[in-house]
Design a protein around this ligand. Structure first.
Ligand code: SF4
Length: 226
């Protein structure tokens, strides 16, 4: 899907956001999250944005920089949609959320709930990366709850990462890893001014626990702290 790399220089001690049995977590309605950062300006327009990385992806793109996120059975961090929404809303600087992965549409139902809450409460916008194309997400074999999730997304960045189409010019394919990927503006009320951006950039976040995170063009990582 993306230009993203998950490679923190120091990994924080991991502890679950909720203490629930991990087996069968899908039936609990919890989200399986592999990373989270706040106040990013490098992961889509209309920032600052919270960024959420989800666990699980079945696209297996050659050259993927986050193969650790592929395993759909691996439980990293479990969080309820309501708790994640509150986390995003607790930072008054946030103007939206960006979902990356992994494949966010494998957890479409929970993420659509997060986006609905933050939009209804504070008018926050949603940007979502997906390895699925828009046509796949609206076709007969779309993932569960894809239609609901698409209704909550302002900007969809779609398509698998194709290594042979990696752009040597970041400004030519802003926010994307390869030129086949598209920016699809799904909500017309996303301000036109928000679509302006002068190029892909990389951010460095240093968390209080010492974790250093590179995110945006050329890298990304996270640690979800409770
Ligand atoms: S869709 Fe993204 S996370 Fe999944 S394999 Fe492709 S590049 Fe990697």
């Amino acid at each position: 899907m993306s230009k993203n790399r998950l490679n923190p220089s120091k990994k924080a001690a991991s502890r679950p956001l909720v203490s629930s049995p991990v087996a069968g977590y899908r039936d609990t309605g919890l989200l399986n999250i592999t990373g989270y950062v706040e106040e990013s300006l490098a992961n889509g327009p209309g920032g600052p944005r919270a960024v959420v990385w989800t666990q699980g992806c079945q696209h297996a793109c050659r050259g993927c920089q986050n193969p650790d996120t592929w395993d759909t059975e691996k439980v990293v961090r479990l969080v309820s949609p309501e708790e994640l929404a509150e986390r995003i809303l607790s930072n008054p600087n946030h103007r939206g959320v960006t979902y990356s992965g992994g494949e966010p549409f494998l957890q479409a139902r929970g993420l659509s709930r997060v986006s609905r809450i933050i939009r209804e409460r504070n008018g926050l916008t949603t940007v979502c990366y997906s390895g699925f194309t828009y046509e796949e997400l609206t076709g007969p074999h779309a993932p569960d709850a894809a239609e609901d999730f698409l209704r909550e997304i302002d900007l969809l960045i779609d398509g698998r990462y194709v290594e042979a189409l990696k752009s040597p010019d970041p400004k030519a394919h802003i926010w994307r890893g390869s030129s086949n990927q598209r920016l699809i503006w799904l909500r017309p009320d996303f301000l036109q001014a928000e679509r302006q951006f002068d190029g892909n950039v990389t951010e460095i976040h240093v968390l209080p626990n010492g974790t250093v995170i590179f995110t945006g063009f050329g890298g990304q990582a996270f640690e979800m702290r409770s």
